[in-house]
Design a protein around this ligand. Sequence first.
Ligand code: ZN
Ligand code: MN
Length: 486
Amino acid sequence: MYFPTIGLEIHAELKTKSKMFCSCANDPDEKQANINICPVCMGHPGTLPVINEQAKRKVIKTGLALNSQIPEYSKFDRKNYFYPDLPKGYQISQYDMPLCKGGFLEINKRKIRITRIHLEEDTGSLVHPRKADYSLVDFNRAGRPLMELVTEPDIHSAREARKFAEELQLILRYLDVSEANMEKGQMRVEVNISLQRKSKIQNPKLGTKVEIKNLNSFRAVEKGIEYEIKRQGEVLEKGGKIIQETRGWHDVKQITISQREKEESHDYRYFPEPDLPIINIKNQMINLNKIQAEIPELPRQRRKRFKKEYGLDEKSTEVFVQNKNLGEYFEKAISELKNWAKIKKIKFGADLIKLTSNYLINELIGIAGRDFKFHEKISPENFAEFITLICQSKISSKIAKIVLKEMLNTGADPSHIIEEKKLTQITDESEIEKVIKKVISTNPKPVEDYKKGKQNALQFLIGQIMAATKGKANPETVNKILRKFL
Ligand code: ZN
Ligand code: MN
């Protein structure tokens, strides 16, 4: 059996106003090709790059959030290679003096060490029209700020690699550093993986590394690694040798395909970028404490706090952690709910919190969808009032759905909707009795059946009563009186 050792290289496009070294717009949604370009990002002779401060701060912020050290000095280097999407013939990147060194991210209670996080510029993108014998190049992306994070080979399963990438994406979004959308190529994961015989895992010498590129979803990261573990295992089992190479993930065939033999870093002839000054954190008055203070509560902390403060189950907590806005909405609704509970004299506690969480996750998202904008329509205060109305049995769960839909459509407050649409629950026993008597007299057969012991018949009769009252009768009262009459 073989033991996999995995390291990750993750690129993320930074959310900034302008590009890395010029004032062109950094617009990931630009529709027209080659529109956000200028002589600087096109590498025309005689132009000079200028460092984007916002990009620099965002990388430092990420480093601080991931427990990295920020060295006092840092510099940019040229990484030389030829490719049609690289107008300058080199990429401005960072080689031996990155902005952030070290750090870690905890995944399933295991610290995955981070080697470095550096800042560089993105390349353009190639477009291959269908059936054409040519390719097109769009330079809108060329020169956009790109962050590269490299991990130590601390990962040992496909699942763990996927988790790392997912958690990193979430952190980048919490930090507002990157949209990190994988489908849009805003976050790109490369994997390097080697296998070792299980009996030799104490041996510090690892097996030959293979790199997997072109993984454009979390699923692809997981599947690509699983495939490589299997493929390399089979090669080794037959006594074969693993070649150090770069393989591409083929998403349709679900396999990796050899692309090229891996180049070494000396193949890039790195040298210091002569057109840019060395970054001196102190001299440039980059206040690390200030950046640290801008770091919000991170997913890991939120998970802990939500569990402790609201006592929700893991699944609900995760919904609120994954969807930052929804989590914030939930917290606002809870704080409003405390006020409502006081006014309406109902007990505020775990039950009410759970009710709120359930209605938010199961009902509201069910109606409004995940890309909700419902906070624009339903204020947390109105939502909290809605919950108190359910809690006080002013409305049944069936009516609650109608009210919620109406709130979403009109933005009106729930008590207003209930009054206007006459949706108040009927709790008056004499009124319910009347309806029950009528239903019993018009349904002799089900009544007979029930008396013979058929429980279904009771459900049928309740259904008839609820229909006759348009769902407004209090179900408990109906149940009680109906049993009395039968
Ligand atoms: Zn430009
Ligand atoms: Mn890179």
